[in-house]
Design a protein around this ligand. Structure first.
Ligand SMILES: Cc1ncc(C[n+]2csc(CCOP(=O)(O)OP(=O)(O)O)c2C)c(N)n1
Ligand SMILES: [Mg+2]
Length: 550
């Protein structure tokens, strides 16, 4: 390119070159030149949000949905501070993401000027890489590196800091082509060794989902596991890793897993972890599988060599792209022994995930999830933040082919609504459901305005128990009947949703739920059901009275 362009124009041109088609933002005066370039860039859909927490969550969710970096653009100190929460999700969830931050002018740096922050120090532990572009001629190089880094090995977030005067400079530079996607093949010798371990195992189990997992990995791993009869458990909040109707799907790990599955994993002599980090939630605080797992053989398959052997003694590490590994397994030609364990584990999960009505509960969420299963297709994308309310869906919802679940493995509240907005924009033809607690909803509920403005179609369920229920649960266990800091005074969520322009109703009884859901599904746009539940029924399996010892 021989014409002069502003740094802002070059930045946007190079994002388009890498395949970016959507940016989430709250604007700032620090990146006017980039906003100006977006004015003439029909390739990029600019989604204007109401708080940078929502911006970053949406970009992170978009990264999960597409497998490409989701892009967020925020301003200097205040915008960057608000956005940090989404970066933390992207880091712990291994999601490719790019955070662009407008910065103070180069000539004013280090005076602690207006909104100035040391982004290298601030984002160091939250991002795979933090870089600042000093020279507009090098924007193409920095954007290409950010894109490649976000996707490489264990995917994650990258931050690019953009001094405002640099974005206004007019320079001549050459754009970069898209960075090629590099997929590391699995070593056939290592996969052969895994097949041998499997042939000699008595009770194998797989734990799947995580870094670099994708539809291809899901398809091939499912086909391999079904051929072998290998029980496949999903890592925490990776419940769409294989479609749950697979006859070897064994259920999910994380908070409140099926005790039969826990037992199966404790008794397993061979554990094949694919994509999962075997993090704290998946392993119940590193107790379900201990870092040294005596008596158990661990095959760990991960796209990043840094994760192999990092926490766990690994008997057979395989560093590979998830799809490449799964495809090699699916096409493995040697005879394999078929286990009955896959079918058994699936039967146990079906039993566990079938809601049984609870006595004396006015609004019982288990049957509500059952009503949803009857009415919503397997392609539905279910999004949630953090809180006990999510436990009913984690247990009773049957997730379809990925992407069907957007849920933060780092347990970050306020994620459900922004993630659902990102999903509704990415898949306008699909049903999208946001699940939120009363605490959770209020962290980013204002993004309903973003949903309305961008004509997103989604259904929000707010489970209102008048409390930060999860913390109340821990409190009642450790300090019975000493409620401190966990009860909430709430708005009328249905009225609030209507004020945003959504359709909304309130549900107080189980039998009201299905008809209300039918009415919601007959509507278009944003719909919200305000579900008023009783805090006594604190999880899908226990009550506060029981927690306090009866
Ligand atoms: C951003 C953030 N802040 C605080 C917490 C700690 N936390 C975890 S769950 C929870 C309460 C959630 O309340 P609510 O959304 O009402 O769900 P409930 O547990 O009542 O079903 C809190 C405060 C967190 N995980 N994330
Ligand atoms: Mg609550």
């Amino acid at each position: 390119m021989t014409d002069k362009r502003t740094g802002g124009r070059i930045l946007i041109d190079n994002l388009v070159a890498q395949g970016c088609d959507r940016i989430f933002t709250v604007p700032g005066e620090s990146f006017l030149a980039a906003l100006d370039a977006l004015h003439d860039t029909p390739e990029i859909d600019l989604v204007v949000c109401r708080q940078e927490g929502g911006v970053a969550y949406m970009a992170e969710a978009d990264g999960k949905l597409t497998g490409r970096p989701g892009v967020a653009f925020v301003t200097r100190g205040p915008g960057a501070c608000n956005a940090a929460v989404g970066l933390h999700v992207a880091f712990q969830d291994s999601t490719p993401m790019l955070l662009l931050v407008g910065d103070v002018a180069r000539g004013d740096r280090d005076r602690e000027g207006f909104q100035e922050v040391d982004f290298f120090a601030m984002f160091g532990p939250l991002a795979k890489r933090v870089e600042r572009i000093e020279d507009a001629r090098r924007i193409p190089e920095y954007v290409a590196r950010a894109w490649a880094t976000a996707l490489a090995g264990r995917p994650g977030p990258v931050v690019l800091v953009l001094p405002e005067d640099m974005l206004k400079d007019e320079v001549v530079t050459e754009d970069r082509p898209p960075v090629p996607r590099f997929a590391q093949a699995a070593d056939p010798l290592a996969v052969g060794a895994m097949m041998e371990l499997l042939a000699n195992a008595a009770s194998p189990v797989a734990i799947v989902g995580g870094a670099g997992w994708c539809q291809g990995a899901s398809h091939y791993f499912r086909s391999f596991a079904e051929r072998v009869g290998l029980p496949v458990a999903a890592a925490f909040r990776r419940q769409d890793a294989i479609p749950n109707d697979s006859p070897v799907y064994a259920g999910n790990l994380g908070y409140g897993p099926n005790p039969r599955l826990v037992e199966r994993i404790r008794n397993a002599d061979l554990i094949i972890a694919v994509g999962a980090r075997l993090g704290e939630a998946t392993t119940d605080g590193y107790t379900l599988i201990t870092p040294d797992h005596p008596g158990q053989t661990l095959v760990h398959v991960h796209p990043d060599p840094d994760e192999l052997g990092r926490v766990y003694r690994t008997d057979l590490p395989i560093c590979a792209d998830m799809r490449e590994f799964a495809e090699l397994c699916a096409n493995w030609e040697d005879e394999v022994i078929h286990f009955d364990a896959g079918a058994q584990a699936h039967g146990e999960w079906l039993e566990w995930s079938t809601p049984k009505p609870r006595e004396g509960v006015a609004l019982d969420l288990g049957p509500c999830v059952a009503a949803m299963r009857e009415r919503l297709p397997a392609s539905t994308i279910v999004c949630n933040g953090a809180g006990n309310f999510s436990g009913w869906w984690h247990r009773y919802w049957h997730y379809g082919p990925c992407p069907a679940q957007l849920a933060p493995t780092n347990g970050s509240m306020g994620y459900g609504v922004p993630a659902a907005v990102a999903a509704a924009l990415r898949f306008p033809e699909r049903q999208v459901v946001a699940l939120a607690g009363d605490g959770d909803f209020m962290m980013n509920g204002q993004e309903l305005a973003t949903a309305i403005r961008h004509r997103a179609r989604l259904l929000v369920l707010v489970v209102d128990n008048g409390a930060y229920g999860t913390i109340r649960m821990h409190q009642e266990r450790d300090y019975p009947r000493r409620i401190s800091g966990t009860d909430l005074a709430n708005p009328d969520f249905a009225a609030l949703a209507r004020a945003y322009g959504a359709w909304a109703e309130t549900v107080d009884r189980t039998e009201e739920f299905a008809p209300a859901l039918d009415r919601a599904l007959a509507q278009d746009g944003v719909r919200l059901l305000h579900l008023r539940t009783d805090i006594e029924h604190i999880t899908n399996s226990t009550t506060i009275t029981k927690l306090c010892g009866g």
